[in-house]
Design a protein around this ligand. Structure first.
Ligand code: PLP
Length: 394
């Protein structure tokens, strides 16, 4: 399927990226479970010219099953090119290290996935990269953070766990005015709810482990953007070795086929639960982009087609009651990932934000009693009844 814009996301999700199988003429892309490929004259020629990204030589360099998943993601993001990785962290580290060297400055949204935060602290700063954080929802604060050596403005397009909505276009402009790149982690937003490249962002990263695969049975990552930028990142994919195994690539591509369908249900389920939770007497606050009470809902309307399946709320009685509530949930499994078809629940204070002090969490807006839901595709009435029952017991 070509990258014609006439196709809409549901169609792209099913058809884009399929690699032709000239021998058996399979409709789907076969799993090319081979570490290596025959060395042909074309391959030797490409190697001589240093143009091996498009050839199949060795699976760390590229494989048709990886390519099927990568092209589907590229088409969904409206990107020229994409790469798949063995994890979201492999995608993040390989991408940041492709554009940063000692003495460079990185400007980051303050609301970051914990692993990204640790990578910055434990790897980038010791490497000699300067880092300044900005208020994710205040593009002016990113502007004030710029320095002559700023190379990247990095943020998450929908943040964990409070679902903050940054002004993507303004932040991309801030980056470009400084001659820097705008890079985003769009794991929570997904290409169904937002296409950051259309707002001027240069590269979009995903933990494919979450919504892209969507079935909670795979660890993978991806980055999408221009061919020139992804060529640079591809060199790190080779050197750091974070390639995605062909069978895992197949599962990712298969999962992606239902991305639009899953998100339609997850957006609807999560919105319904967020609206309902907000009226519950034991709930102090609910965080969801499209709630009428959300002061950022106009920004959300500009940038998001749906609010995702993530809902965060705070119960009365702090962490003690939050922990008690978890004991009364069955459909919502107590586990720390997100974005799959099954509903999950976790507390940021003892999972994603456990490395922060209570004060640091409070500064990010994560107060005691905060509970994060990843709402799946189950019947929303069953999910609501379960939450109602659990809330009545705290
Ligand atoms: N980015 C975000 C927003 C995440 O939530 C996660 C994992 O939870 C990652 C990146 C890292 O992805 P992975 O676990 O696939 O390495």
């Amino acid at each position: 399927m070509n990258k014609s814009p006439k196709y809409r996301p549901s169609t792209i999700a099913v058809h884009a990226g399929v690699q032709e199988d000239p021998n058996a003429k399979a409709v789907g892309t076969p799993i090319y479970q081979s570490s290596t490929f025959y060395l042909t004259d074309a391959v030797y020629d490409a190697m001589r010219r240093g143009l091996v990204r498009d050839e199949y030589i060795y699976t760390r360099y590229g494989n048709p099953t990886q390519r099927a998943a990568a092209e589907k993601i590229a088409t969904l993001e409206g990107a020229e090119s994409a790469l798949v990785f063995s994890s979201g962290m492999a995608a993040i580290s390989s991408t940041l290290l492709a554009f940063l060297k000692p003495g460079d400055h990185l400007v980051c949204g303050a609301d970051l996935y914990g692993g990204t935060y640790s990578f910055i602290i434990q790897k980038l700063i010791p490497l000699g990269v300067e880092v300044t954080y900005f208020d994710t929802e205040d593009a002016d604060s990113a502007k004030h953070a710029l320095k002559p050596n700023t190379r990247i403005v990095y943020f998450e397009t929908l943040t964990n766990p409070l679902l903050k909505v940054p002004d993507v276009q303004a932040l991309a402009d801030v980056a470009h005015q400084a001659g820097a790149l705008a890079l985003v982690d769009s794991t929570f937003a997904t290409p169904i709810n937002q296409q950051p490249l259309s707002w001027g962002v240069d590269l979009v990263i995903h933990s494919g482990t979450k919504y892209l695969n969507g079935h909670g049975d795979l660890i993978c990552g991806a980055v999408a953007g221009s061919r020139a930028h992804t060529d640079l990142i591809w060199k790190n994919l080779l050197l750091y070795g974070g390639c995605l195994d062909p069978t895992a690539s197949h599962y990712l591509e298969r999962g992606l086929k239902t991305l639009a369908l899953r998100l339609e249900r997850q957006n609807a389920n999560a919105l319904a639960l967020a609206v309902w939770l907000e009226k519950h007497p034991r709930v102090e606050q609910v965080f969801y982009p499209f709630l009428e009470s959300n002061p950022r809902r106009e920004v959300a309307r500009k940038y998001l087609k749906g609010g995702s399946g993530m809902v965060t709320f705070r119960v009365q009685g702090g962490d003690e009651n939050a922990l008690k509530l978890l004991q009364h949930l069955r459909l919502f499994r107590v586990a720390s990932s997100l974005g799959g078809i099954e509903s999950l629940v976790s507390l940021p204070m003892n999972t994603s934000h456990v490395q922060f002090t209570a004060d640091e969490r409070a500064r990010l807006g994560i107060l005691p009693g905060t509970i994060r839901l990843s709402v799946g595709i189950e019947d929303v009435d069953d999910l609501r009844l379960e939450l109602e029952n659990a809330l009545s017991r705290i």
